[in-house]
Ligand binder design. Structure first.
Ligand code: NAP
Length: 473
C-alpha cells in the first residue's frame, strides 16, 4: 500500500492469482480500517498545498507520470496480462490509453477558466472561479486495472484534489504499479494514497461517511454503484458513477454485412467480453442476416483462447469461476429457449485450460426478449444476435433496457445514422466505429449506467466546485 508517500505493509496479506493458470503471482497487504483512515488523513493533510500549487506545477507531475508510464509500457502490460488475463497486445493498448489520461489532464489543468458575468446593477460585478472539490475517494474495477485508475486520478490531481484509492481485489498489483509511477514522477506525499483490501464493504462505508471526503468516484457494477450512491447521500457528497452497460449493436441492411460482422468480432471479444461498452445485443436487419451470420461465425470459430502472453491467443480467461458460471447460465438459458448455437457454448478444459477460467468464444442467433441474455449484462465472450425488421422497431428494442452506456450503429445512410444517434438513449455511440473512446472524449452513461462523465473537458469538471464572488464597486 502507499500511504502519505510511503510504501507500507499490514498485519495480514491476501494473494493475487493469474486467472489463466490459477497460480499465485503475488500478495498485497490487506489494510485494516485504521490504515484506511491513515490514507484519508494523509489526503486531508496534503490538500492545502496541492490545491494551492499552480496548475503548471501539478501539470508537470502528470506529464512526468505520463512519460514514465510510457517508458514502462511493456512491463506494465505484462503484469496486467498475468494479473487480469487480457492478451498482451490489448494490455499494451490499455497502458497507452491509461497514460493518455495523465497527459490530457496535465494539459487540461491549465485550462480551468473562470468567467465574469454582467450584472443588472451598474455598481456590481460577478466573478466566477473554479476550485478543487477536496479529498476524493476512488473505487476501481479489475477489468481495466490501469486505465480506470488514471481516468480518475488524472483529472482529480489536475484539478487540485487529493485522493485515496481502493482498487479491485483481483488486480491490486496493477494498482501498485500505477502508484509506483506517480511516486517516481515526484507526486508529493499524501496527494494520492493506495489502500488494498480483501473485503471492500467496510472501506466503501467509510468512504461514504467520512466527513472529510467530499467526492466519491466509482467504476463497477450498477448494483454496487447504487448502494454507494445511497450511502453517500446523507452527507450530499458529490458522486461520479461509471456503471454497467448492455450495449446494442445495430446493423441496418444498407451496411456491408461483412464489414459489420468483422467489427462485431473485434469489439465483442475484446477483453473476453469483459467491458462495460461490449456489444451485448447485436440487432441485425433481416435482409442481411445470413451473410452477416456466416462471416461472424467463421471469425468467431477461429478465435483461439489461452494464456494472453502467447500472441497466438486472442481470447484470455474470464476473471473467476463466478464469471464462467454466469456466462454459461445465460448461454444454456438461451439455447433451452430456442436460440441457435453456431459455435462455442461451453467451458474450455483441454490442453491445460482447465487450470484457468476459459470459456469458448460463442455465437448465438435467434435471441429474443424472453431470454436472460437479452436483459442481463453478459460480461463474457458471447455474441447474441437478434433479428429486426425496421428502424422504428430496432430503436425501441435497443432503448428497452435500464442501461444507457454505449451503442453502435452500422449504416451507409447518413440521415438514418443521425436519426438513430439522436433517438438512442446511450451516452457513447459508435457510428460505423467500434472504438468511440479517447482521453479527449466524454465517457459515461445515461439511466442506470451512471452519473457524470470521465475524460474530456467534462472529466475535470467532476472534480471542481464553482465559486461566485459578487462585488460592489
Ligand atoms: P463490482 O463488483 O461492482 O466491483 C467494482 C469495485 O467495487 C471493486 O473494487 C470492488 O471491490 C468494489 N466493491 C464491491 N462491493 C463493494 C461495496 N459493497 N462497497 C465498496 N466497494 C465495493 O464490479 P466488477 O465486477 O469489478 O466490475 C464489472 C462491472 O463494472 C460491470 O458491470 C461493468 O460494466 C462495470 N464497468 C463500468 C465501466 C464504466 O466506465 N461505465 C468501466 C468498467 C467496468 P472487490 O474487487 O474487492 O470486490
Amino acid at each position: 500500500m502507499y500511504i502519505n508517500g510511503e510504501w507500507c505493509s499490514s498485519e495480514k496479506n491476501f494473494a493475487v492469482h493469474n486467472p489463466a493458470s490459477g497460480e499465485v503471482i503475488g500478495e498485497v497487504p490487506d489494510a485494516s480500517l485504521e490504515q484506511v483512515h491513515q490514507g484519508i488523513d494523509a489526503a486531508v493533510a496534503a490538500l492545502p498545498a496541492w490545491s494551492g500549487a499552480t496548475a503548471y506545477e501539478r501539470a508537470a507531475v502528470l506529464h512526468r507520470a505520463h512519460a514514465l508510464m510510457m517508458e514502462r509500457q511493456k512491463s506494465l502490460a505484462e503484469l496486467m496480462t498475468r494479473e487480469q488475463g487480457k492478451p498482451l497486445k490489448a494490455a499494451m493498448n490499455e497502458v497507452k490509453y491509461a497514460a493518455d489520461f495523465l497527459q490530457w489532464f496535465g494539459e487540461e489543468a491549465k485550462r480551468v477558466y473562470g468567467e465574469t458575468i454582467p450584472s443588472a446593477r451598474s455598481d456590481q460585478r460577478f466573478l466566477v472561479q473554479k476550485q478543487a472539490v477536496g479529498v476524493v475517494a476512488a473505487i476501481t474495477p479489475w477489468n481495466y486495472p490501469i486505465s480506470m485508475l488514471t481516468r480518475k486520478l488524472g483529472p482529480a490531481l489536475a484539478a487540485g484534489c487529493t485522493a485515496v484509492l481502493k482498487p479491485a481485489e483481483a488486480t491490486p498489483l496493477c494498482a501498485r504499479a500505477v502508484f509506483e509511477v506517480l511516486h517516481d514522477a515526484g507526486l508529493p506525499a499524501g496527494v494520492a494514497n493506495l489502500v488494498t483490501v480483501s473485503d471492500p464493504k467496510p472501506v466503501g462505508e467509510l468512504f461514504c461517511t467520512h466527513p472529510e471526503i467530499r467526492k466519491l468516484t466509482f467504476t463497477g457494477s450498477t448494483a454496487v454503484g447504487k448502494h454507494l450512491a445511497q450511502a453517500a447521500a446523507p452527507q450530499l457528497k458529490r458522486v461520479s458513477m461509471e456503471l454497467g452497460g448492455h450495449a446494442p449493436f445495430i446493423v441496418f441492411d444498407d451496411a456491408d454485412p461483412v464489414h459489420a460482422a468483422k467489427g462485431v468480432s473485434l469489439v465483442k471479444f475484446l477483453n473476453t467480453g469483459q467491458a462495460c461498452i461490449s456489444p451485448n445485443r447485436i440487432f441485425v436487419q433481416r435482409g442481411i442476416l445470413e451473410p452477416f451470420l456466416a462471416t461472424l461465425e467463421s471469425r468467431v470459430a477461429k478465435l483461439q483462447a489461452g494464456d494472453g502472453m502467447d500472441p497466438t491467443n486472442s481470447i484470455g480467461p474470464l476473471i473467476n469461476e463466478a464469471a464462467i458460471a454466469k456466462v454459461d447460465r445465460q448461454v444454456q438459458d438461451a439455447v433451452s429457449q430456442g436460440a441457435t448455437l453456431h459455435t462455442g457454448g461451453s467451458r474450455l478444459i483441454d490442453d491445460g485450460l482447465d487450470r484457468g477460467c476459459f470459456y469458448a468464444a460463442t455465437l448465438l442467433s435467434g435471441v429474443n426478449p424472453q431470454m436472460v441474455i437479452y436483459r442481463e449484462e453478459t460480461f463474457g465472450p458471447v455474441a447474441a444476435v437478434i433479428p429486426f425488421d425496421n428502424e422504428q422497431d430496432v430503436v425501441a428494442m435497443a432503448n428497452d433496457t435500464d442501461y444507457g452506456l454505449a451503442a453502435y450503429i452500422y449504416t451507409q445512410n447518413l440521415s438514418r445514422a443521425l436519426r438513430t444517434f439522436e433517438q438512442l438513449n446511450f451516452g457513447i455511440i459508435g457510428i460505423n466505429d467500434i472504438n468511440p473512446t479517447s482521453a479527449a472524449a466524454p465517457f459515461g452513461g445515461m439511466k442506470e449506467s451512471g452519473l457524470g462523465r470521465e475524460g474530456a473537458r467534462e472529466g475535470i469538471e467532476e472534480y471542481l466546485e464553482t465559486k461566485l464572488a459578487g462585488l460592489s464597486i
